[in-house]
Design a protein around this ligand. Structure first.
Ligand SMILES: NC(=O)c1ccc[n+]([C@@H]2O[C@H](COP(=O)([O-])OP(=O)(O)OC[C@H]3O[C@@H](n4cnc5c(N)ncnc54)[C@H](O)[C@@H]3O)[C@@H](O)[C@H]2O)c1
Length: 388
């Protein structure tokens, strides 16, 4: 058995996503399983170097998870000859400059979404990565959720007939900090100048979810809102929320399919999951969450008749059947494994920086629609002067 060590400079590992999903549940989990075993018996062994600003937190994290190296020297980390991958899960605003440096140093690059705060920056990074010939990938975690994997099976099996529409509801109450429980999201999320805003945060998810599961997005109408104008930050100070905390979007997809998705940090949850999509097709419908997926084929569709004078006789909830569960691995881990195989074995990895740029394109189109109060087309992106 040969072991292939892959050094990874991991930036932003003291943050929510960096620590929980990428470091602990992905890289550390792969190491605890003995590495990633390939068909020929080779084992890919990820060797992270933790990168951040707070030495104390990094040292503790490294100690707790048996990681040998950490550093607060970002320049050294980007250029580290022992690291062939640079990974970033720190703030969105700082991402493009960091990726640019890592690409210039010849590193393969993998990162959280969004790729950059603006489409210009995202395209610049995607082009640099292509020109330099480094492997590049962006997190598309929603595609790996059990609920969405079940949806993929339904679509591939032709369950829906012709898909007509999608209705999505994402969100939960994020506490303001001015009373009661502490805010459960970082304060930069609510400041536009720091790369915050729910449109930038969530439309890049909706871009790939719709494209890879339903159909590519060709245009958008969006209305944003900053419902809560003041919040309290991590140090207890009140700050002005300059970014949108809710977005009401209508997306036009290929094939005349319409998707309506609400994304909000100012709603109280009255659903089974924090995100739920209903997909209606000529032959059946499904309601998909993070984990569950309920279906109603056309043969079992109740036949309601509008009559406000009598109590409704139909138990609508009973007309749905649950798609059985099966064991699914953590989606972030699965995508990390794919990216490691891509780097080591050149196996295909579909979610590159161009895919990441499309997400930013949709977010930017949503913001333009809101600002200019109009429908905004989402044209093919041009990278290397070739539409993709
Ligand atoms: N894929 C998903 O579902 C998902 C969910 C949430 C967030 N994200 C993305 O992950 C990234 C991180 O989000 P988060 O919620 O973990 O944020 P966070 O604030 O919890 O973590 C950010 C990390 O960056 C560091 N950081 C903050 N400011 C910095 C600066 N000026 N210079 C260097 N480092 C700095 C912090 O110390 C922390 O380690 C964002 O790009 C966000 O869009 C993705």
């Amino acid at each position: 058995m040969s072991r292939r060590t892959v050094g990874i400079a991991m930036n932003g590992v003291t943050g929510r996503m960096g620590m929980n999903q990428h470091l602990i549940r992905s890289i550390v989990a792969i190491r605890e399983r003995g590495g990633l075993r390939l068909d020929d018996g080779t084992v890919i062994w990820p060797e992270p170097v933790l990168v951040g600003r707070d030495a104390e937190k990094l040292e503790r994290l490294a100690r707790e998870h048996g990681i040998a190296r950490w550093t607060t020297n970002l320049d050294a980390a980007v250029a580290d000859p022992e690291c062939e991958i640079f990974f970033d899960a720190a703030t969105t605003a700082a991402r493009p400059a960091l990726l640019e440096r890592a690409i210039a140093a010849g590193k393969h690059v993998y990162c959280e979404k969004p790729l950059a705060p603006t489409l210009d920056e995202a395209l610049h990074i995607a082009r640099l990565a292509r020109e330099r010939g480094v492997k590049n990938g962006i997190v598309h975690d929603k595609l790996y959720l059990p609920g969405f994997l079940k949806l993929r099976r339904l679509i591939d099996g032709g369950f829906f007939g012709r898909i007509l529409s999608v209705r999505g509801e994402f969100g939960y109450w994020v506490f303001e900090g001015t009373w009661g429980p502490a805010p459960q999201r970082p304060s930069w999320n609510y400041r536009a100048e720091d790369g915050g805003g729910v449109i930038l945060d969530m439309f890049c998810h909706w871009s790939y979810v719709l494209e890879y599961l339903i159909a590519p997005v060709r245009g958008v109408t969006a209305l944003g809102a900053t419902h809560i104008p003041q919040r309290v930050d991590e140090s207890g100070r009140v700050y002005e929320a300059t970014a949108d905390d809710a977005a009401y979007g209508i997306f036009q997809l290929d094939g005349g399919i319409v998707a309506q998705i609400n994304s909000s940090w100012c709603v109280r949850v009255n659903r089974d999951e924090l995100v739920e999509f209903q997909i209606d097709g000529t032959h059946g419908s499904a309601v998909v969450g993070l984990r569950s997926c309920k279906i109603q084929p056309r043969e079992l569709t109740p036949r309601p008749v509008w009559n406000p004078d009598a109590p409704n006789p139909i138990d609508f909830a009973a007309a749905w059947s649950e798609v059985p569960d099966e064991p699914f691995d953590n989606g972030f881990l699965v995508q990390w494994e794919q990216f490691l195989r891509h780097v080591v074995r050149d196996e295909p990895f579909p979610y590159d920086f161009v895919s990441g740029a499309k997400g930013v394109q949709l977010a930017e189109a949503g913001l333009t629609s809101w600002r200019e109060k109009r429908f905004v087309d989402v044209p093919e992106l041009v990278v290397d002067r070739v539409p993709v």
